[in-house]
Design a binder for this molecule. Structure first.
Ligand code: ATP
Ligand code: MG
Length: 421
């Protein structure tokens, strides 16, 4: 028997705690910090939207819409979907809030996303993404900035070297349409070599066959015509400018002519930072240009480019584990010292220190707890100390001890703090 259903989380969901939570927070906070430096302001949109927002923007043939969405009818009879990604919600919010009055608008987000998929390492049903969207900038420099900001974030997290930036272009809508025709012609002639899934995609979403994981599909795709050959001169020029800017910014990449984004509204640049360190879950940060999206959602015809990164995947990659903050433990000796200890704890907390004070117990037991919490200092308050007007300050790393006048304690601790940082 496994544990009672009430004590079991829903498949593909996960509790974050301890070291895992610290890794997670470090990724999210570094994302917020670095993206702010690049001029991206945070936005928080609701975790659910009208189903329409995703169905329209993701295209009703995409894998996400057909297989992965958590959709339900609420008590008022509206069809609601837990967001599987945040680009559509951010674009919807830009229209709702009228943010397109001042373009470009550069936004950052962090939060949970929901997809009904087969859970495995680095693949959850509730997971988190950080991401940026640069809306209203048609220039190739915007694509380069967005990618460079992603590279900067990965570098700051110490994982850039563990990743490869794969880069491709889908061209403008006309180039893409011409290519699509050629691709379908090629694949249709080899239809019976394709997986059942890709045979379905052939009419619905043929570009997606290019990044199929199926071995048979891959063999067929290996010889398929390349989009690069169908690019209009303007699309070709756009791609060259993106690459020029990236080179100047010191970002390196490899071209992957078969890299496509699953979604219909992508044009021009498509990119993915991938790693070989997470098994099949290789993509850590991925994005591209989505010039048709805002219009599709009922807004003005303005372009956009952005990326989303998987926080859980980046957290797994972190080489350095962010350390837990170390408290100061207060240890009262004798019943009379208890009340004094509470007040001292309050004063230290007000002064900005992390303080642990157990509710009861002998000094030896309290010291054991201090040890378990990895406290760096213990402060003893007792009969003798009170008589002298001091406290005993023990450095738990060195084992050294000294008497500190009660009146000097705060300034002493502040000085010790400053020394460490
Ligand atoms: P994959 O090919 O791994 O399914 P995707 O193309 O569906 O990825 P995107 O929609 O581009 O992913 O989302 C951006 C990032 O979010 C991914 O690169 C990945 O790091 C992360 N991500 C996507 N789906 C999940 C998931 N189910 N669990 C954890 N992270 C995810
Ligand atoms: Mg996916």
């Amino acid at each position: 028997m496994t544990s009672a259903p009430t004590a079991r989380p829903v498949r593909g969901t996960h509790d974050l705690f301890g070291e895992e939570l610290r890794r997670h927070r470090h990724v999210a906070e570094t994302g917020r910090l670095i993206c702010a430096r690049w001029g991206y302001e945070e936005i928080v949109t609701p975790i659910f939207e009208h189903t329409e927002v995703f169905a329209r923007s993701l295209g009703d043939v995409s894998d996400i819409v057909t297989k992965e969405m958590y959709t339900f009818t609420d008590r008022g009879g509206d069809s609601i979907t837990l967001r599987p990604e945040n680009t559509a919600g951010v674009c919807r919010a830009v229209i709702t809030l009228g943010l397109h009055q001042n373009l470009p608008i550069k936004l950052f987000y962090y939060g949970p996303m929901f997809r009904y998929e087969r859970p495995q390492k680095g693949r959850l049903r509730q997971f988190h993404q950080i991401g940026i969207e640069c809306i209203g900038a048609p220039e190739p420099l915007a694509d380069a900035e967005v990618i460079a900001a992603g590279a900067h974030l990965l570098e700051e997290l110490g994982v850039l070297k563990a990743t490869t930036l794969e880069l491709n272009t889908l061209g403008d809508l006309e180039s893409r349409a011409r290519y699509r025709e050629a691709l379908v012609r090629y694949l249709d002639a080899r239809r019976n070599q394709l997986s059942a899934e890709s045979q379905l995609r052939l009419t619905r979403n043929p570009l997606r066959i290019l990044d199929s994981k199926d071995e048979g599909d891959r063999a067929v795709v290996a010889q398929a015509p390349l989009l690069l050959e169908y690019l209009s001169p303007a699309s070709r020029d756009f791609f060259e400018r993106v690459k020029d800017a990236l080179a100047r910014l010191g970002v390196s990449w490899v071209e992957n002519p078969r890299l496509v984004r699953g979604l219909d509204y992508y044009t021009h640049t498509a990119f993915e930072f991938t790693t070989t360190q997470l098994g099949a879950q290789g993509a850590v940060l991925a994005g591209g240009r989505y010039d048709g999206l805002v219009k599709t959602l009922g807004g003005p015809d303005i372009p956009g480019v952005g990326w989303a990164a998987g926080v859980e995947r980046l957290a797994l990659l972190l080489a350095q584990v962010p350390t837990a903050p170390r408290p100061i433990a207060i240890v009262p000796i004798g019943a009379e010292a208890e009340a004094e200890a509470w007040v001292l704890a309050r004063d230290l907390r007000r002064a900005g220190h992390i303080v642990d004070l157990a509710f009861a117990g002998k000094p030896a037991k309290r010291l054991k707890r201090a040890d378990r919490l990895n406290a760096r200092l213990a402060i003893f308050v007792g009969e003798e100390e009170r008589a002298r007007g001091t406290v005993t300050l023990r450095d738990l790393d060195r084992g050294s001890e000294e008497q500190v006048p009660r009146a000097e304690l705060l300034s002493r601790l502040a000085a010790a703090q400053a020394e460490r940082t």
